[in-house]
Design a protein. Structure first.
Lengths: 113, 113
């Protein structure tokens, strides 16, 4: 049973465009929703995270939108750059479960110059 | 501050053998968790250790085990290797006080022949 589902599976965006990646979760006990970015040959690195007490969080060009009733959250990358080309993972965690995160399968974003 | 260090970075084993992977967390971090990354399944949680005690465990068979030492360094062991164990094994460290940012190493790439 896949508890966190990402879409689309891959994404190609032109430089300067908006990249949108969606995630849906099933377990209503989840209360921590991070996004991780991974470059080839590197480990994932935290990009931005949100907790369900807010519906949106913005850090620079990256924004998380959260819809608790729909059990969905999304990552928006504004003014996408070729350097943003990477694999993006959404994840979900539960307070008390500490480092146990449930990850989506990841999507590969390619930003064309 | 040095990041998470994993050794070895690459290794090749044959079916039936066993393997031990090592992880040195960020200085001061007491939590070490392990994840298996494969193209089809994304990142899957194996287990987490905090102050030398296993605090969480994922849904992997007993062939997968781990431990943590008093200096927070951790090892994971896979016995009786199967072809399906071929994967990137990622170690992540955190302060461990609450569900929060995980700092991943670059991983150990295991190939089972």
């Amino acid at each position: 049973q896949q508890q966190v589902k990402q879409s689309p599976q891959s994404l190609i965006v032109q430089k300067g465009g908006i990249s949108i990646i969606n995630c849906a979760y099933e377990n209503t006990a989840f209360d921590y929703f991070p996004w991780y970015q991974q470059f080839p040959g590197k480990g994932p690195a935290l990009l931005i995270a949100i907790r369900p007490d807010v519906s949106e969080k913005k850090e620079g060009r990256f924004t998380i939108s959260f819809n608790k009733s729909a059990k969905q959250f999304s990552l928006h990358i504004m003014d996408s750059q070729p350097g943003d080309s990477a694999t993006y993972f959404c994840a979900a965690g539960q307070t008390g479960a500490n480092s146990k995160l449930t990850f989506g399968k990841g999507i590969t974003l390619s930003v064309r110059p | 501050k040095a990041g998470v260090t994993q050794t070895p970075r690459y290794l090749i084993k044959t079916r039936g053998q066993q393997v031990t992977l090592s992880c040195s967390p960020i200085s001061g971090h007491r939590s070490v968790s392990w994840y298996q990354q494969t193209p089809g399944q994304g990142l899957q949680f194996l287990f987490e250790y905090f102050s030398e005690t296993q605090r969480n465990k994922g849904n992997f068979p007993g062939r997968f085990s781990g431990r943590q030492f008093s200096n927070s360094r951790s090892e994971m062991n896979v016995s009786t290797l199967e072809l399906g164990d071929s994967a990137l094994y990622l170690c992540a460290s955190s302060a461990g006080h609450r569900t929060g940012e995980l700092f991943f190493g670059e991983g150990s790439r295991l190939t089972v022949l």
